[in-house]
Design a protein around this ligand. Structure first.
Ligand code: ADP
Ligand code: DP6
Ligand code: CO
Length: 325
């Protein structure tokens, strides 16, 4: 057996969302996107190629996956085998420190960690741009999780030109993201199905592409200037306009549940009381609330009273991919 390699990658929350592919095979997105990597949520994955195996062996959260469940990981390992001299199957052991498939970006941390661990275990030594491109082939949002802090994924137009670049890796801005877990269970509509349904059936999709271009142009200088209000207003409107693509698809669907709407009202009430904060949410019912560090205690207390202290997790900007000995 070849040496095992372990990598850790953190999830990210999109402030300007990726929602739709131009090329579903290569995972080239319709638009660029921008995210913040989070310190509290991550995946650790160990990979070892082993000549003794007769198929890839994958376990996630201590459960062995069936061949069908492991198909995304298997296809991803095939890419790594193509790029390297390895031909043998691999043993993959992965643990999510984030709810799986609940709209908290487990696919981002999972495929970023897998890209790092599998490429190194196969004897490749990829720089972070190449790792970002490789992670992209597993899940689009994973493209950005190679890097820490604020990260932009440049859509590009082919495999070589579509990768993420850090905007600010070491964030020197006292901000936080309060995650509110309203339902940790698996979603019914995966991000993959949901976004392609929006591309194919929402009449608002052309408008979305323009919205993303405008929001990226607004949010990047605002992040660099630490203009909290512009960043907050941009991320909240971008999230709602993304979710409008699900409501306007056919058949229509939504990632919101009743508590999502209640929590949105709580954020608005906090703002009326002078606690400036803004919400976003990915493909799931759980809110992420962007705030300044000075307001974390008040926001945490309010959400804990309403939704239970165990469902409130305070995150800060997190680091890029790490290799563990
Ligand atoms: P999420 O909001 O959690 O990113 P997605 O629908 O985008 O949800 O992706 C969930 C899928 O990501 C899972 O069904 C599984 O295929 C994959 N995934 C999640 N965690 C892991 C992991 N640790 N290793 C391999 N694949 C994973
Ligand atoms: C709403 O990256 O999970 O979180 O590329 O099909 O694996 P696939 O989808 P995924 O989609 C993420 C969608 C989002 C927005 C974002 O992260 O930018
Ligand atoms: Co995902």
């Amino acid at each position: 057996m070849n040496a095992a390699v372990t990598a850790r990658a953190h999830t990210n929350i999109a402030l300007v969302k990726y929602w739709g592919k131009a090329n579903t095979d290569l995972i080239i997105p319709q638009t660029s996107s921008l995210s913040l990597t989070l310190d509290q949520f991550y995946t650790e994955t160990t990979v070892a190629f082993d000549e003794g195996l007769t198929s890839d062996h994958v376990s996630v959260n201590h459960q062995v996956l069936t061949a069908q469940q492991a198909s995304k990981v298997h296809n991803f390992l095939n890419l790594v085998r193509q790029q390297s001299s390895r031909t043998s199957f691999a043993r993959v052991t992965s643990v999510n420190h984030v709810p799986t498939a609940a709209g908290l970006a487990s696919s981002a941390s999972a495929f970023a960690a897998l890209a790092g661990a599998a490429s190194r275990a196969a004897g490749l030594s990829l720089d972070r741009t190449a790792l970002s491109r490789l992670a992209r082939r597993g899940s689009g949002s994973a493209t950005r999780s190679i890097f820490g802090g604020f990260v932009e994924w440049h859509a590009g137009h082919d495999d070589l030109s579509s990768y993420a670049v850090p905007l600010i890796e070491k964030v020197d801005w006292p901000i936080a993201v309060v995650a509110l877990i309203l339902d940790p269970h698996h979603k019914k509509v995966s991000s993959r199905q949901g976004m392609q349904n929006s591309v194919n059936t929402s009449p608002y999709y052309p408008a979305w592409k323009q919205i993303v271009a405008d929001d990226l142009a607004a949010i990047k200088p605002a992040i660099l200037a630490q203009d909290f209000t512009t960043v907050g207003e941009t991320l909240e409107s971008n999230a709602m306009r993304m979710h409008a693509l699900t409501l306007s698809a056919w058949p229509p669907y939504s990632y919101f549940n009743g508590d999502t709407l209640t929590a949105m009202q709580t954020v608005k009430s906090l703002r009326h009381e002078g606690i400036e904060c803004y919400y976003t949410l990915d493909a799931g019912p759980n809110l992420k609330i962007f705030c300044e560090a000075t307001n974390v205690a008040t926001i945490r207390t309010r959400l804990a009273q309403q939704f239970g202290a165990d469902n409130v997790i305070v995150a800060q900007p997190g680091p890029g991919i790490q290799f563990l000995d």
